[in-house]
Design a protein around this ligand. Structure first.
Ligand code: CMC
Length: 383
C-alpha cells in the first residue's frame, strides 16, 4: 500500500544489487555469489575489493596489478597529516577524525570535479585512492595520539599487513596479518546497512564519492551500527575490572532494561555467520596464546543468553560480539575498532555507489506529515 509507513525502512526494497546478499533466516552472507566463509578463509581483502568493484574474482596477474595500483596510492599529502596531528591534539575521537580527514583527501584528488561523463570510472579511481589512504590516516592519527611519529606506508606489504606495520612500526607476523585480513574481508560489505545506504543516498545526487564515504563514516560511527564492537570490548573490560561474573553482568544490565551490545540484528534472526568465523579465530588465538579470558567471558554470555531463549527469539550474536576480542588479541587499541570497520566497509560503500550510479535514480522518500496545517503566521514583533 503506497501510504504504509515503514519505520526505519524495515524490509523496504529500494534498489537491485549484485553485490551482497544476506539471508537473515539461515545466517548466510554472500558477496557476488561467493559464501563469506570461503572468501574469509581463501581470499585476501584485495581480492574481495576486486570482486566487489569489478564483478569477478581476479586471476593472479589481475590481482598483482590491482594490489600494486592500490598500494601506490597509500601516501597522503603532508597537509592531511598536519590536520590529523591537529585533530589528535584536540582530543578528537577517531571516527570523527577519520570523517574530517577523509573529507579533506578530496582536495588532493586529481579526479575531483570530473564526475560528469565517466562517473563510474571516476568513482572507482577515487574510491581506490580513498581505500588506500584511509589506513594511512588512521595509523598516523593513532601514532600521533601516542606521541609517536607516523610511519610511512610500505607498498611491498599487503593492505592488512601495511596497516598493522604503520600502526606499530613493526612488520606483523603471518598470523596477525592473516587474522586482520580476514576481519577486513568479513566487514567489507553487508547489503544496504545504514552506512551503505547513507553513501548511496549521497551518491544518488551524483555528488562525488568522497561525500558518500564521509557520510558513510558518520553513519557507521553510531552505537547501533559500527560503534557496537567498541561497546562489546568495553563491557568485557568492565566485567574484568569489577571481577564480576560475566553472567551477573548480563543480569544486571537486563535488570536495568539495557541492551547487550553485540547481540541482535535488523536482518539476522540467527547467529551472524561472520560472528561464527571470528569466534573460531578467537578460539585459535586464545589457544595459541594461552590467554582465554575474553573467550571465556564471551562464551559465558552467549551460553547464558542462549539458555534464556534470547537467541531463539532472534537476538543472536552479531559480528561485533567477537571482532573486538580478536582486535584486542592483535594489540589494536579499543577506540580504533570502529575506524577499522570503516577501513574495510569503505570497499562496500564505493561498490554500492558505483553500482547505483550506473542506473541512477535520486533517492527521495517522504514522511507522513503530522504537524499542523493552518497555523496563523504572527510577525516577530507581535509574538
Ligand atoms: N539486547 C537485548 N535486547 C535486544 C537487543 C540486545 N542487544 N537487540 C534487540 N533487542 C530486543 C529489543 O529490546 C526489542 O524487544 P521488544 O520487542 O521486547 O521491545 C526487540 O529485540 C527488537 O529490537 P529492535 O530495536 O526493534 O530491533 P532492530 O532491528 O531495530 O535492532 C539493533 C537491531 C542492531 C539496533 C539491535 O539489535 C541493537 O541495538 N543491538 C545492540 C547493538 C549492536 O550490537 N549493534 C551492532 C549491529 S551488527 C553490526 C552493524 O551492523 O554495524
Amino acid at each position: 500500500m503506497a501510504d504504509e509507513l515503514k519505520r526505519g525502512l524495515e524490509g523496504v526494497l529500494v534498489a537491485e544489487s549484485d553485490l551482497s546478499y544476506v539471508d537473515g533466516e539461515v545466517g548466510k552472507l554472500v558477496y557476488r555469489g561467493y559464501d563469506i566463509e570461503d572468501l574469509a578463509r581463501g581470499a585476501t581483502y584485495e581480492e574481495v575489493l576486486y570482486l566487489l568493484w569489478h564483478g569477478s574474482l581476479p586471476n593472479a596477474a589481475e590481482l598483482d596489478s590491482f594490489a600494486a595500483d592500490l598500494a601506490a596510492e597509500r601516501e597522503v599529502n603532508d597537509d592531511v597529516i598536519e590536520t590529523v596531528r591537529a585533530l589528535a591534539d584536540a582530543g578528537e575521537r577517531p571516527m570523527a577524525a577519520l570523517r574530517t580527514a577523509t573529507s579533506m583527501l578530496s582536495a588532493y584528488d586529481p579526479d575531483t570535479g570530473d564526475e560528469d561523463g565517466d562517473a563510474g570510472e571516476a568513482t572507482l579511481r577515487q574510491g581506490r585512492r580513498i581505500t588506500a589512504k584511509i589506513p594511512t590516516v588512521l595509523a598516523a592519527f593513532e601514532r600521533v595520539r601516542q606521541g609517536e611519529e607516523p610511519v610511512a606506508p610500505d607498498p611491498d606489504l599487503s593492505h592488512a599487513g601495511n596497516f598493522l606495520y604503520m600502526l606499530t612500526g613493526t612488520e606483523p607476523d603471518a598470523v596477525s596479518e592473516e587474522t586482520f585480513d580476514m576481519a577486513l574481508t568479513l566487514h567489507a560489505d553487508h547489503g544496504l546497512n545504514a552506512s551503505t545506504f547513507t553513501a548511496m543516498v549521497i551518491g544518488s545526487t551524483m555528488a562525488d564519492v568522497y561525500s558518500g564515504v564521509t557520510g558513510g563514516i558518520g553513519a557507521l560511527s553510531g552505537p547501533l551500527h559500527g560503534g557496537a564492537n567498541q561497546d562489546v570490548m568495553e563491557v568485557l573490560h568492565e566485567i574484568d575490572a569489577s571481577a564480576k561474573d560475566p553472567v551477573q553482568w548480563v543480569k544486571d544490565r537486563q535488570d536495568d532494561g539495557g541492551r547487550i551490545p553485540g547481540f541482535g540484528h535488523r536482518v539476522y534472526k540467527v547467529k551472524d555467520p561472520r560472528a561464527k568465523i571470528l569466534e573460531e579465530k578467537l578460539r585459535d588465538l586464545a589457544e595459541s596464546s594461552g590467554d582465554t579470558k575474553w573467550l571465556d567471558y564471551t562464551t559465558a554470555i552467549e551460553e547464558y543468553l542462549t539458555d534464556q531463549g534470547l537467541v531463539e527469539k532472534g537476538i543472536a550474536p552479531n559480528v561485533d560480539f567477537y571482532s573486538g576480542s580478536v582486535y584486542d588479541s592483535l594489540g589494536i587499541p579499543l577506540d580504533m575498532y570502529t575506524p577499522i570497520f570503516a577501513m574495510s566497509r569503505v570497499g562496500g560503500w564505493i561498490a554500492h555507489v558505483a553500482e547505483y550510479q550506473e542506473d541512477n535514480r535520486l533517492i527521495r522518500p517522504r514522511a507522513r506529515y503530522t504537524g499542523p496545517e493552518d497555523a496563523e503566521f504572527v510577525p516577530i514583533d507581535e509574538r
